[in-house]
Design a protein around this ligand. Structure first.
Ligand code: GEK
Length: 249
């Protein structure tokens, strides 16, 4: 499996100055600094990305569709592209932020892997999903309103081939208050160690409060099974960030 080429990154300073904080949006300012923002904010992100390629290599099926739902600038799409070695596969990245998709096109073009990538600026709740073998929701479901999560997962499961998978990475919350507070503090320590100030951490937290809704691991597991997947494996955890593999046998 080859490695995608990664362009230079601009530094995220969006919440560096004291400001009235409004709800977080995936706009042009965020898209510009996104690779730096997600790398310094999400513990484990830089480990998870290449593993999406490894998982794609194992589960992609000849002539099937592979989806990256909420592809942002295509880091996860590119990892999947480099893992795709089965003939006749179609790789599709979907994001409803036009700022993200415009930049994503550029990043995909910089990478010289021969597997074509189809990008759609669409809502993942309505985008066409069919004949899938590997679908990735890498830190995207957390931004979908909770009442739309089960129908989306049901639609993915119903349109996944037998033996196919969904990779679901999420920020989670914990039932136990003490565990919740330890893991949250460790996440903030991770951000501090990556150069974010206390002001940046607290303003970003307020901006995400109504937008990113984390759920417990138990809720995720039960819902994936209710949606039609037959096995759920937690393959990665770093503090309050996890990645699960949901298999449809
Ligand atoms: C990565 N997977 O680099 N329809 C389409 N896209 C959406 C929707 C929706 N309804 N809601 C949110 N998004 C990427 C990172 S980021 C995660 C994914 C983060 C998109 C949104 O525009 C953004 O680009 C992405 O989901 C979430 O591996 O920022 O923590």
């Amino acid at each position: 499996m080859s490695k995608p080429s990664v362009p230079e990154q601009s530094r995220d300073q969006i919440y560096a100055s004291d400001q009235p904080v409004s709800d977080f949006r995936f706009d042009a300012a965020v898209a510009r600094v996104f690779p730096d923002m997600i790398r310094r904010s999400v513990p484990g992100y830089t480990t998870i990305i290449p593993m999406l390629g490894v998982i794609t290599e194992r589960y992609a099926q000849t002539g099937s569709h592979c989806y990256d739902l909420g592809c942002s600038l295509g880091a996860s799409t590119l990892a999947m592209r480099h893992g795709l070695d089965k003939p006749g596969c179609t790789l599709i990245g979907v994001d409803n932020s036009s700022a993200m998709i415009e930049r994503c096109e550029h990043y995909i073009a910089l990478d010289d892997h021969p597997q074509p990538v189809h990008l759609r600026c669409e809502d993942i709740l309505t985008t066409d999903i069919r004949d899938a073998s590997v679908t990735t929701l890498n830190f995207t479901l957390q931004f979908i309103a909770p009442e739309h999560r089960l129908p989306l997962l049901q639609r993915i499961a119903a349109n996944t081939r037998s033996g196919g998978v969904l990779i679901l990475s999420e920020k989670i919350r914990f039932e136990d208050d003490q565990e919740q507070s330890v893991q949250t503090e460790l996440h903030h320590d991770f951000k501090r160690a990556n150069g974010y100030s206390d002001l940046e951490i607290s303003q970003k937290r307020s901006a995400l409060e109504q937008v990113l809704i984390p759920e417990t691991l138990a809720v995720h597991r039960e819902r994936l099974l209710a949606a039609g997947f037959t096995k759920v494996v937690l393959w990665y955890q770093c503090f309050n960030f996890v990645s699960m593999l949901a298999v449809k046998e």
